[in-house]
Design a protein around this ligand. Structure first.
Ligand SMILES: NC(=O)C1=CN([C@@H]2O[C@H](COP(=O)(O)OP(=O)(O)OC[C@H]3O[C@@H](n4cnc5c(N)ncnc54)[C@H](OP(=O)(O)O)[C@@H]3O)[C@@H](O)[C@H]2O)[C@@H](O)CC1
Ligand SMILES: [K+]
Length: 498
């Protein structure tokens, strides 16, 4: 797992490490790693035009020392000074190596025009405006420089994080730099993995400056293929269908039969031993038509609890199920068991009306809302606020409901009380299609029934779901039905990397 730490944690670790090292050693390490990445991004360093965007703090200092390194190797380096202060030793070093500086702090129009021309003609732009000391949206003249860099043809490399994104949350207030590559020091920052910040970070390169031993638990983790391979349940040779897991599925209705088909499909392709499906007669017909291997029972509309299957290892409930009183009875019955339950879609709306259904539960529970459903679960919080602060809201819901929460969306985030949150790296806008969530519910339910704890099932489910979308049609648009047959290839890809 890649680990990301909050600014406060980084600062404390940095202080402990600095106390043991000579002055300036950490910045030299950071700048050296940054210069290495910069030189890889240039066809050749000698003669290249490099523009450094330099703010008040040590982030600007890193840029100035990396620029010094490049200038010594023959690059033409120009520093655009935007901050109220500048890292003086870094600036002196750059000048000593033949680099030049230009300040855009004052009102002088000519200086701004010169800076814009330099940025437009650059071969590489280094964003050293703000690092972990940045607060709130970019002020002038930083905001104008960020816009100018975005309009330029040269690639942008961000120092530690793109200026203007909140390091702890990924929130962006107003203007922010858009980077092609971000070189981050000591540990990853959560904002590099959570949208809207993640989308501005480009490729994230980690530079080890020796902070590791000083770092406590992470705020956020990001799995890689090998982590998923290690988590996936591997059926032993003697495994029968019961040991591989039997999943109960309460999804779909007379009106939404497709939800039943997609949820069951996600579960079957996710490696479940058996699906026991229960639903309206029309949904049963449809499920059996697509997936004859399902054990399906028709529910009596008057007494739905009578035919709810027993002998299951976990439940998925909610996709396309409806909000009528029978659905409430069914949800109460399922949540009343001691089994792991994944609550999705309509069942989330019912839980939002009666939170104690989940709060009172001690058995493993996983809620899988999108931002709209989350705004119902967290009463009084609107959808836009949730989209802008995904990490914070997923964490809050996990705490308020006392269970695991997977918040779907541009960055899918998994939160559980007392554990680092997890951001899924395989997400793609291809998944923003009707029914895609039903497939995720079935797939993740299969993993729950195979014995994974909710957090691990959610992390693996989200990872495989995103990968399946990318693999389904080589990145071309897909429908939810295309996702289902791509799941085995996604699992195979992950296992091959493990
Ligand atoms: N941690 C580590 O181990 C290591 C850290 N290192 C590096 O240090 C970096 C952190 O340096 P830092 O603390 O000096 O903060 P940083 O972000 O450069 O500047 C903050 C200043 O900017 C300003 N400002 C704030 N908000 C603003 C806004 N919205 N819009 C405009 N201006 C704004 C404000 O100053 P003001 O201009 O208001 O006086 C504030 O004081 C870190 O990211 C990494 O690159 C490495 O060198 C080595 C190892
Ligand atoms: K930066």
């Amino acid at each position: 797992m890649r680990q990301a730490h909050t600014v406060d944690t980084v600062r404390a670790a940095e202080n402990r490490l600095m106390a043991r090292l000579p002055d300036g050693a950490l910045m030299r390490r950071a700048a050296g790693a940054l210069a290495t990445v910069c030189s890889r991004m240039l066809p050749r360093v000698y003669g290249a035009r490099v523009v450094l965007l330099v703010g008040s703090g040590d982030n600007g200092g890193d840029a100035l020392y990396a620029g010094t390194n490049l200038a010594r190797r023959g690059a033409s380096v120009r520093a655009v000074l935007a901050g109220s202060r500048v890292h003086e030793a870094g600036l002196a070093a750059l000048r000593g190596a033949g680099g030049r500086a230009l300040s855009v702090r004052g009102e002088e129009e000519q200086a701004r025009a010169d800076a814009e021309a330099e940025i437009a003609a650059a071969d590489l732009i280094v964003d050293g405006l703000l690092g972990i000391g940045g607060r709130g949206g970019l002020r002038a003249p930083h905001s104008a420089l960020a816009a100018c860099a975005e309009g330029a043809s040269a690639p942008v490399v961000a120092v530690d994080l793109p200026s203007g994104i909140d390091a702890d949350t990924g929130a962006v207030e107003g203007a922010a730099v858009r980077a092609d590559v971000t070189v981050t020091f000591g540990t990853h920052k959560p904002g590099l993995f959570v949208d809207p910040g993640a989308e501005r970070a480009g490729v994230v390169e980690f530079a080890d400056i020796g902070l590791g031993p000083e770092l406590p638990f992470a705020r956020l983790e990001v799995p890689q293929a090998a982590d998923i391979a290690a988590l996936l349940p591997s059926p032993g040779r003697e495994a029968d269908k019961y040991r591989r897991g039997v999943l109960g599925v309460a999804a779909g209705s007379q009106r939404y039969r497709g939800a039943a088909v997609l949820t069951v499909g996600g579960a079957l392709r996710g490696g479940v031993g058996m699906v026991r499906y229960a639903g309206h007669a029309d949904a049963v017909t449809e499920v059996l038509h697509h997936w004859p291997e399902t054990v399906a029972s028709e529910l009596d509309p008057v007494d739905p609890l009578a035919a709810l299957p027993g002998r299951v290892a976990a439940w998925v409930i909610g996709p396309g199920r409806g909000l009528h009183p029978m659905s409430v009875l069914e949800l109460e019955a399922v949540l009343d068991t001691a089994l792991p339950v994944l609550v999705d879609a309509d069942a989330l709306t019912l839980v939002a009306r009666s939170p104690d259904l989940v709060r009172a539960r001690t058995a493993p529970t996983l809620l899988t809302p999108h931002a709209g459903e989350m705004s119902r679960l967290l009463r009084g919080t609107d959808r836009a606020a949730i989209e802008a602060g995904r990490l914070e809201h997923a964490t809050r819901a996990a705490e308020e409901y006392g269970c695991t929460v997977l918040l779907k969306g541009s960055t899918t985030v998994v939160a559980e009380p007392g554990r680092p949150a997890v951001a899924n790296p395989t997400g793609t806008s291809l998944l923003a299609t009707a029914g895609s969530g039903d497939v995720l519910a079935g797939l993740t339910g299969a993993l729950l029934s195979g014995g994974l704890a909710p957090r691990e099932a959610a992390v693996c489910g989200a990872y495989l779901h995103g990968l399946a979308a990318r693999l389904a049609h080589d990145g071309a648009p897909i429908s939810a039905s295309d996702l289902v047959p791509a799941i085995p290839e996604a699992i195979g890809t992950v296992l091959a990397a493990g």
